[in-house]
Design a binder for this molecule. Structure first.
Ligand code: FEO
Length: 169
């Protein structure tokens, strides 16, 4: 594997674990604010991010490329209000999309078609993650200021259940 592609894939293991950490922090914020449905939604989001990290980890191992684990940074988002948290989620997903695109570009340059094929799943997943994050903001804008509506939205988010990723390595 090309050194640049290898480095970026290895860094992505850490970035995905950081994402899990960030969403655990979001979940904790909502738990503290008695919105258990939102807390559930972000807990599952964190589980998905852990799965993403493991997919990069396993892909590297399968390709006989070394994996170096680094320290996971402390979540750095100021949790000032419900909307701040949701907007930080969207900003973070856009950042992750840019990271996936950077790896894809490096793989493309090296004609590393296998890595490109592996990343295809993540390209689609990032589109879905950004849509979900935008959807959360839209719903909060519509319903967040009315306690009864916020209660119903919280109920809706409580129904989210964990599903293993559709990509299997
Ligand atoms: Fe692993 Fe939310 O992207």
């Amino acid at each position: 594997m090309n050194a640049k592609v290898h480095e970026l894939l290895n860094q992505q293991v850490n970035k995905e674990f950081y994402s899990a950490y960030l969403y655990l922090d979001f979940s904790n914020y909502f738990k503290d604010n008695d919105l258990d449905g939102f807390a559930n939604w972000y807990l599952i989001q964190a589980q998905e991010e852990r799965d993403h990290a493991m997919l990069f980890y396993t892909y590297l191992q399968n390709e006989d490329a070394s994996v170096t684990l680094d320290a996971i940074a402390r979540p750095d988002v100021a949790l000032d209000s419900h909307m701040t948290v949701l907007e930080a989620g969207l900003a973070h997903e856009k950042y992750v999309t840019s990271l996936i695109n950077d790896i894809y570009a490096a793989a493309y340059e090296d004609r590393d078609f296998r890595t490109m094929q592996f990343l295809d799943w993540f390209v689609k997943e990032q589109g879905e993650e950004e849509t979900r994050a935008r959807d959360m903001i839209a719903k909060m804008k519509l319903f967040g200021s009315d306690p009864r509506s916020l209660y119903l939205l919280n109920q809706e988010l409580a129904a989210r259940v964990y599903a293993a990723p559709t990509l299997v390595l």
